[in-house]
Design a protein around this ligand. Structure first.
Ligand SMILES: [Zn+2]
Length: 368
């Protein structure tokens, strides 16, 4: 029953959108090969884009075209960075798809669709201080998938009706869908024209492979291989804790979680204290820390190092390269690494910190 239902959903999903004839001609039916667990269907071409539904092993899918995205190594069919766009504008990794023909790149289909569909509208985040949250659905309870600082420029693909929000620009139930398939409330967006309703714009697939994290984000590794972090991101007891703590031993090498550039090497501590000796729970600051900027707007932060990092601001580092050593400087009562991940950086702040555990798991480098 379940498989029939899914198959029907796929079939309907493949037929309903009024795709232009050119794109429709190019579609082909393929089979999902994922015997261990259902295949995730996502809003974009990377595993950290919102998961929209799943497809059972053996399901048929209608593929429209392919985009380059996150490389998937663990697929059953091939190792690839290609993602298949389905008829309804969603994506699955081609690593799990058995098919008989090559799939054309999406550029052609996108160009045709773009010509047919209204152009997307530019907007500016006018939220005052706090960053505007991007969510998986048009409601403030939906999963947070990103944040745009005040003043950011947005591309608004279309609008849907959702939860009414009273914002600094207007009070409205309308939410803007971004090209990545995520939503921001229109209550905080200043814009010239009104984006078209998403129903009409639905055939227009995401305009580009989502957000840059997909491209060149590279390999991710645990910053402290062999040690695990417990869940600790914004817990009820510690809602301001915007990273996770990985308990370890003084002197253990800390590694860059991915390739990037060193942007900060800082002693962050309450006045009157030193980063060069162990801190305590009563001392403020994250001690000796390093901030790395990675491709795709991702930044990582490594706190409480035993002494100044062995890298310098401006230096390029490779994934897994040692950047410093575990300590207990700053607000720390035992040797550990406090590790943060921020999206849409720079800048970084509590508004764009995400839980490192699912992020690292999604990037093939689980730390907890
Ligand atoms: Zn911490």
């Amino acid at each position: 029953m379940r498989r029939t239902a899914l198959f029907l959903a796929v079939l309907i999903g493949g037929l309903l959108p009024a795709m232009d004839a050119q794109a429709a001609q190019a579609t082909q039916t393929a089979i999902v090969v994922s015997p261990k667990r259902p295949l995730n269907v996502r809003a974009g071409s990377a595993v950290w884009t919102p998961q929209l539904r799943t497809l059972a092993h053996g399901s048929s899918v209608t593929i429209v075209c392919q985009v380059r995205g996150q490389r998937i190594d663990q697929g059953t069919v091939r190792v690839t960075d290609q993602w298949d766009r389905l008829g309804d504008g969603t994506y699955v990794s081609d690593a799990w798809i058995q098919r008989s023909q090559e799939v054309p790149p999406c550029e052609t289909a996108t160009a045709a669709a773009a010509a047919a569909a209204p152009a997307s509208i530019a907007g500016t985040v006018a939220s005052g201080g706090t960053a505007l949250k991007a969510r998986t659905a048009p409601a403030h309870g939906a999963t947070l998938v990103g944040a745009f600082p005040n003043g950011s420029t947005l591309t608004l693909a279309c609008q849907v009706r959702g939860e009414t929000i009273a914002g600094s620009v207007r009070t409205t139930p309308m939410w803007n869908r971004l090209p990545s398939g995520t939503y921001v409330s229109d209550a905080y967006v200043r814009r010239g024209a009104t984006p078209p309703p998403c129903a009409a714009a639905a055939p227009a697939p995401p305009a580009a492979p989502p957000a840059a994290p997909a491209a060149g984000a590279g390999r991710w590794v645990s910053p402290l291989p062999g040690f695990t972090a417990r869940p600790g991101f914004r817990t009820p007891n510690n809602p301001k804790h915007i990273g996770v703590d990985i308990m370890s031993f003084t002197g253990t090498p800390i590694r860059a979680a991915s390739a990037g550039t060193v942007v900060e090497v800082v002693c962050n501590i309450e006045a009157g204290h030193s980063c060069d000796k162990p801190g305590s729970a009563s001392v403020g600051g994250c001690g000796w820390y390093v901030k790395l900027q990675h491709a795709g707007g991702v930044a990582t932060l490594y706190c409480h190092m035993v002494r100044r990092a062995i890298v310098q601001p401006g230096q390029k580092v490779a994934a897994g390269q040692v950047i410093g050593y575990v300590g207990s400087s700053g607000n720390s009562s035992a040797p550990h690494l406090h590790f943060e991940v921020h999206l849409n950086a720079p800048p970084t702040g509590p508004y764009n910190a995400v839980d490192p555990l699912p992020f690292m798991r999604a990037h093939g480098a689980p730390i907890g």
